[in-house]
Design a protein around this ligand. Structure first.
Ligand SMILES: Cc1ncc(C[n+]2csc(CCOP(=O)(O)OP(=O)(O)O)c2C)c(N)n1
Length: 561
């Protein structure tokens, strides 16, 4: 019996056998096992380069000096794509670079699964060959893996030298032990809905990322919700603000599967729009033990996209056609929606937090001016802000299509062009650093507000691991970026900074008002506090044990001490 982690072992051992020593590492989640295997091994010399575009060019430079093959390592999501410019140079220069990329298990590709764009679709003139290791389960896979890694390494120098991709499949969501239900998938057009009766069903309408809704579509969805027992599961990216919405990610994050099964599990889940970017929702719905749900996917292209492994029907039609086809029903109760509402009303966010990204969101989420636009960087900024309400007139976006930290600010500047309202982006220091050249775009207007959370690297990878030194070097890539002041001012932005709560409260009003320059507001928080604040929110909202609830009641009566 083998496990997939042995793929990493095979790669690392064979790199040594082939005497390949220099590794350029870009930070990420999926390549953590590889980073852990090499970062403290004296055989290897490692370099941390955040931007994969630079990482690949940097690797070419290492090769030019040493004449030796060089390894690069990046995560999945959008990272591999950013290797392409450097790989193209390497291809025509015949530079032997082994680009080790990571992908999700192959079953997730093209399934609207988070961070899972196709990893082995590089252009013809980027690598000599792409190799993908098998997902490792038994001896056959192990042998296959060993041969493939050897073959990839040999290809670097076979005939003319040149770059090669070696992709390692990974899995970041463990599934529970239950055996999944067999589900049959059917495809219909909207006419099929005429013969459907969903009157007594509990319906969860899930809206992924979506451009703002046109009035007629919104009216159609609202009517549908009135006529059936529907809860509309959304987060900020849905841009849907109706009477029946539920913003449940915090509840799902802390809720056990039994509670979900008993109270919130729908009979039918209808999904529209793009990706939700909502890990708690995905984690709950994709578990094999959540059984008995019909998943209806509404999409114009009718492609099989089984995000939650529960897809039963694809309605190949527009969203408008779908909702307008469903007739009305009378005497409906809205008890399913009420159950969701009831759960969400338990959210507790008014807690004393350390100075952190979550603290900043807690203080100003309800002060962002009406009609503003907001862009959230993945993953941490989006997750934190999705926990807090914002004014319904605010339109929100995030690059959850391929989950890159690369182009968030550029997207944001693009969207700020079409409006005079204030536009806010919440972004971490690595993502800012990645896309900092965009601050020089000469069209940028004064309505732009950049809320830069400088927590020294990707706190994403430190949320549950406080050994910050080990994490900092290559995984979270700390110490790359000190502050944005010089660059912001060079690009003619106003620059403000806050290092603690009082500095923050003195400055934020100016940031939320109109001004005669675009602004960068840099918030310096410690990574420990940033992670701690998030964990505090999660634990405060976790279902309470009897003992904890008694303790908190007593504390309420006699005080904390
Ligand atoms: C192009 C690209 N490279 C790497 C990643 C992997 N990744 C996801 S989140 C993250 C950390 C982002 O750090 P930062 O922008 O500082 O935000 P924080 O988590 O600290 O809030 C990284 C490197 C990615 N998603 N996209």
């Amino acid at each position: 019996m083998h496990t997939n982690i042995e793929n990493i072992d095979v790669v690392v051992k064979l790199l040594k056998q082939h005497n390949i020593r220099q590794i350029v590492i870009s930070p990420g989640g999926t390549n953590i096992p590889f980073i852990n295997a090499v970062q403290d091994d004296e055989f290897f010399t490692c370099y941390s380069i955040v931007d994969e575009r630079s990482a690949m060019y940097f690797a070419i430079g290492l090769y030019l000096q040493s004449g030796e093959p060089i390894v690069t390592s990046c995560t999945s999501a959008q990272a591999t794509r950013n290797y392409i410019p450097g790989l193209t140079e390497a291809y025509y220069k015949h530079a032997p670079i082994l680009a080790i990329t990571m992908s999700k298990h192959q079953r997730f590709t093209y399934q609207q699964y988070m961070q899972a764009p196709d990893q082995i679709s590089l252009p013809n003139d980027a690598v000599k060959s792409s190799y993908m290791l098998p997902y490792l389960v038994d001896e056959n896979d192990y042998l296959h893996s060993m041969r493939t890694v050897n073959e990839a390494i040999l290809e670097l120098t076979r005939h003319t030298t040149g770059p090669v991709q070696l992709d390692i499949p990974w899995l970041d969501f463990p599934l529970d032990d239950e055996v999944s239900e067999l589900h049959i998938i059917k495809r219909y057009n909207a006419n099929h809905l005429k013969s459907i009766n969903i009157k007594d069903k509990k319906i969860l309408l899930v809206i992924g990322e979506h451009r703002p809704f046109e009035d007629n579509l919104k009216a159609c969805i609202e009517k549908f919700c009135q006529c059936y027992d529907v809860a509309v599961y959304v987060n900020h990216l849905s841009n849907y603000k109706g009477k029946y919405i539920v913003e449940g990610n915090l509840q799902l994050l802390t809720m056990g599967k039994d509670t979900f099964n008993d109270n919130l599990k729908p009979d039918i889940m209808i999904t529209i729009g793009g990706q939700t970017g909502d890990y708690p929702f995905y984690t709950m719905l994709s578990q094999p033990s959540i059984k008995g749900i019909e998943h209806w996917l509404v999409s114009c292209d009718g492609k099989v996209v089984d995000t939650y492994d529960k897809l039963t029907v694809i309605y190949e039609c527009s969203e408008y056609e779908f909702f307008s086809m469903l007739g009305s029903s009378e005497n409906v109760t809205h008890s399913y929606f009420e159950d969701w509402k009831n759960q969400i009303s338990k959210n507790k966010l008014d807690i004393e937090l350390p100075f952190s990204s979550a603290y900043v969101a807690q203080q100003i989420h309800n002060k962002i001016p009406a009609n503003s636009f907001m862009q959230f960087s993945i993953l941490n900024s989006l997750r934190i802000w999705n926990m807090f309400d914002i004014d319904p007139s605010i339109t929100c976006y995030s690059n959850v299509g391929a989950f890159g930290i690369d182009g968030g600010m550029s997207t944001f500047f693009g969207l700020s062009m079409g409006t005079e309202e204030l536009c806010f982006i919440v972004i971490g220091d690595l993502a800012f650093f990645y896309d900092m050249n965009s601050l020089g775009i000469r069209h940028i207007k004064n309505n732009v507000r950049i809320l830069l959370i400088n927590n020294n690297g990707g706190v994403e990878f430190k949320l549950y691991n406080c050994d910050n030194n080990a994490q900092n070097r290559y995984i979270a890539a700390g110490n790359h970026f000190k502050n944005a002041k010089g660059w912001a001012e060079t690009c003619d932005f106003s620059y403000m900074a806050a290092k603690n709560k009082s500095e923050f409260s003195e400055s934020y009003n100016a940031f939320l008002k109109s001004s005669d320059k675009p602004m960068v507001f840099e918030i310096f928080v410690s990574d420990k506090d940033d992670a701690e604040a998030y964990r505090m929110i999660v634990s405060e909202n976790a279902p309470q044990s009897f003992e904890r609830s008694i303790k908190s009641k007593i504390k309420g009566i006699i005080g904390r001490k």
